[in-house]
Design a protein around this ligand. Structure first.
Ligand code: PMT
Length: 399
């Protein structure tokens, strides 16, 4: 099912529901908005109808709806999200009171329910509100915690609606999670490494981190615990993912090994520098003293080391090639003892380094191969993780 029901209550943060709808639509999910009567005092239902492309529901007895709309709609959705949720709607749901469409609909819904509260801090922390939240949690309802910040009442404190990005990412995890990823730690590396010569000069490459960030985002949505080990990139980290920031290949190596024992899967999409300067300086080297033949040495090959120390982890490498994609990627897969290698042609300007799109070949040790044609890095990541899920399932079957 590709539809979300979005319940909207009467909070001043109601305007953020518009961003939430847009973010769902970007993920090819349709949204049906249900407003409480009081919410219509802030925004007209037509606003959400125009945004979502579907008639906004407010009343239980609206002749434009199907005869028993709350039951019919409950069968069509994969999630009921209430954002923003006021103290009032939370109290009503906790007590099972069904006196309008949203509260009646909640009782009919069989899919997961996610609530994003928004209210004054004192109201949120009030023992009655907390007791209502606990009761709902005990019934399996999930919450996106409100954040601290400036509130509509003029105070600063907790109780502000979480960001639309965080709400949508948490929703996607509830919809897309798969049992095979539950309690699995997936380590993803992203971006370049930077090998310093002195405090101002370094050796690096053109990796933006986009590929690795998307892999981490998709792994989180599938229900895994995710550690993203990233070189120097400026992207906003995906929600729910633990981030470790490193600079050099040696720092990346240490960070990966910190998690290796607990990891079920390691995906090395980082463009680790192959070389570093043999001699470095803590002070800026004066131009006159710089020799024109700077000596380089190889960096540790993290993936090769991981391959040799593998104890049940599933190892996925990337291969950045400009020619002989299959032969070179297959050689790397063998040498590094990988379970899967993802090869991309980095001589192409339209994919790979820095681009939002990629085209990759997947090669397996048993000779299988698959092309994922040019598409967004988000979709490429979804396909790669589908393959990883299948490999994990296969292993479970074999044990
Ligand atoms: O970051 P983006 O701008 O989105 O670009 C994505 C990408 C082009 C960087 C990505 O798709 C990609 O190809 N990543 C791998 C880049 C790379 O270093 O490839 P390689 O063929 O040189 O290395 C093979 C594998 O060994 C890689 O998994 C690499 O992470 C790993 N490696 C390499 C060197 C080293 N010292 N240690 C390693 O672990």
């Amino acid at each position: 099912m590709n539809k979300i029901a979005l319940g909207v209550a009467s909070s001043i943060s109601i305007y953020k529901a518009a961003d939430i709808i847009r973010l769902f639509q970007k993920e090819d999910l349709a949204v049906r908005v249900i407003m409480t009567e009081k919410a219509t005092r802030f925004i007209q239902p037509d606003f959400f109808t125009a945004l979502s492309g579907e008639e906004t529901i407010v009343n239980l007895f609206d002749r434009r709806q199907r005869p028993i709309e709350h039951i019919a709609l409950a069968d069509e959705i994969s999630l009921l999200l209430i954002a923003p949720a006021t103290a009032n709607i939370i109290a009503k749901l906790a007590s099972g009171l069904a006196d309008d469409f949203l509260s009646t609909f909640y009782l009919a819904v069989k899919s997961p329910v996610l609530i994003a509260p928004a209210m004054n801090e004192a109201m949120f922390l009030h023992p009655q509100t907390q007791a209502n939240i606990k009761k709902l949690r005990d019934n399996g309802v999930e919450f996106v915690e409100p954040e601290a910040g400036y509130l509509a009442c003029g105070q600063t404190g907790g109780g502000r609606l979480a960001s639309p990005e965080k709400i949508v990412q948490t929703s996607l995890r509830l919809i897309r999670r798969q049992p095979v990823f539950k309690d699995k730690l997936i380590v993803v590396t992203a971006g370049p490494t930077r090998e310093s010569l002195d405090p101002v000069r370094f050796l690096s490459n053109r990796s933006s981190g986009k590929m690795g960030y998307e892999l981490a985002r998709q792994a989180y949505q599938l229900g895994a615990e995710v550690v993203l080990i990233k070189g120097p990139v400026e992207l906003e980290p995906p929600t729910g993912v633990k981030v470790e920031t490193v600079v050099s290949s040696e720092e990346m190596r240490q960070a990966v090994f910190k998690y290796y024992d607990q990891a079920s899967v390691v995906i090395m999409s980082a463009a680790v520098s192959d070389f570093r300067f043999r001699q470095t300086s803590l002070k800026k080297i004066r131009k006159e003293k710089l020799t024109l033949n700077l000596e380089l040495e190889r960096t540790p090959d993290i993936l090769e080391e991981l391959g040799h120390l593998k104890r049940g982890q599933l190892l996925v490498g990337f291969a950045a090639e400009t020619a002989d994609l299959k032969t070179r990627a297959s050689d790397k897969m063998k040498r590094k003892k990988l379970d899967l290698i993802v090869a991309n042609d980095v001589s192409r300007e339209d994919i790979g380094f820095g681009r939002d799109e990629n085209e990759v070949y997947l090669f397996w040790p048993d000779g299988r191969e698959r092309l994922i044609g040019k598409t967004s890095k988000r979709k490429v990541s979804q396909e790669i993780l589908t393959e990883i899920g299948a490999m994990l399932n296969e292993r479970k079957g074999n044990n």
